[in-house]
Design a protein around this ligand. Structure first.
Ligand SMILES: [Mg+2]
Length: 392
């Protein structure tokens, strides 16, 4: 029987049962605190406990999905804090998503975009939980919803960020001996450039088995600093320099990149697709750091990867020190990318003394393994979670 246009628009794209089964019934946001194995220092902050927001989305069929919204020691790396994320989720995103089917993630993203401006970490965690619940309902791994996995593991580096050269040398040696990490990222910018260079020189001299060495300046240098210290970084065989200048200094980054024999990586400068295009076409760097907290959703993260590549940048799997839940979410996308030449930095699961999942991610033979099984592939340990919840 012929349908008229109105009937066609009304015709569900998916089986009506699936839409009913996956209707969102409840969204919760809980603040979790986990102690780190050691203090972690960046150019503008330092912390020994990591706080994040656990988002739980329950569907009409009773299935619950989970997501993680990461911050770095308060609203310092970006503007969101665990308190603002919890408020954005419970007060604005959750009401907007009530009854939306998880089987329509594009509609969920649209509803969130209308309900709140930016708030990318909050949206990213909610969308992860929606996708997790949908993939569990369909009984498929989350990678399948992004095109299917092209790899089952991703090279993973470790960040040395205590600022204590002696400790960093020992930590690097231990990671190499355990065959967990052979590539390292060194956080710079909390000491003077001269002191930072002394740390780097000790690492290169005393850990010769170290393979790649990346430095992350977290926006702490001036253009003049770059001109002064680039030759020393080149002499130390640094492979990649991450965001040396402030995020909004696109022109400065482009000038430094044009001079530098070492590739620059764009991180804090580019959240939106338009910013990524601008950074790539202006020549601000040759590598882009993909992060859920910048893209605001897993679907947007896959799109960011395409935009960065088409703007001339290689891809790097960035993190904001997420634990196993957030790392598994990133891996669901990273595993499906045709090219990920720079590997990833999702060492966060090993930075905590304990985790809140029964099945923390596995790092072996210098790679992070993509979890198997339906959904994200990681599951809450309710006892551990109870112990880790921040008292309200
Ligand atoms: Mg960075």
């Amino acid at each position: 029987m012929a349908h008229n246009a109105a009937e066609l628009i009304e015709t569900p794209l998916l089986d009506g049962d699936l839409l009913r089964q996956t209707a969102i019934r409840e969204i919760r946001a809980q603040i979790v605190t986990l102690p780190s194995v050691r203090a972690h220092r960046l150019s503008n902050t330092e912390f020994s406990h990591r706080e994040f927001v656990l988002v739980r989305v329950r569907l009409a069929n009773g299935i619950e999905g989970i997501g993680e919204a990461a911050v770095l020691g308060g609203p310092r790396w970006a503007e969101e804090s665990v308190e603002s994320i919890q408020a954005a989720v419970t007060r604005y995103l959750a009401p907007a998503l009530l009854d939306c089917p998880a089987a329509r993630p594009a509609e969920a993203a649209l509803r969130m975009a209308k309900a709140a401006f930016r708030n990318n970490a909050a949206k990213g965690a909610v969308e992860t939980a929606i996708y997790d619940a949908l993939a569990q309902t369909l009984d498929v791994p989350l990678t399948l919803l992004f095109g299917g996995a092209l790899r089952d593991r991703v090279p993973v580096l470790w960040a040395l960020a205590s600022g204590d050269a002696e400790q960093e040398v020992e930590e690097a040696r231990a990671k190499l001996a355990a065959r967990e990490h052979r590539d390292f990222k060194i956080k710079l910018g909390f000491a003077s450039p001269e002191d930072d260079l002394r740390r780097l020189r000790r690492l290169r001299d005393e850990v010769p088995e170290m393979r790649r060495l990346i430095v992350d300046v977290n926006q702490a240098w001036s253009e003049a600093d770059c001109r002064r210290f680039l030759p020393a970084l080149q002499e130390l065989r640094v492979d990649l320099i991450e965001q040396p200048l402030p995020g909004d200094d696109f022109e400065g980054m482009a000038r430094v990149a044009a001079q530098s024999p070492i590739p620059l990586m764009v991180d804090e400068a580019a959240f939106t697709h338009r910013e990524i295009t601008r950074a790539g076409t202006m020549g601000c760097g040759s590598v882009y750091s993909l992060k859920l907290v910048k893209s605001g959703g897993l679907r947007a993260l896959t799109q960011a990867a395409r935009v960065a590549e088409s703007s001339g940048m290689e891809l790097y799997g960035g993190c904001l020190l997420e634990g196993s839940i957030g790392a598994a979410a990133h891996l669901a996308v990273f595993a499906t990318l045709p090219r990920l030449p720079q590997g990833c930095e999702h060492f966060g699961p090993r930075l905590h003394v304990s985790e809140i999942v029964k099945d923390p991610l596995v790092i072996e033979d210098f790679h992070l393994c993509v979890p198997q099984g339906p959904g994200l592939g990681v599951h809450l340990d309710e006892d551990r979670l109870r112990d880790a919840l921040r008292p309200s």
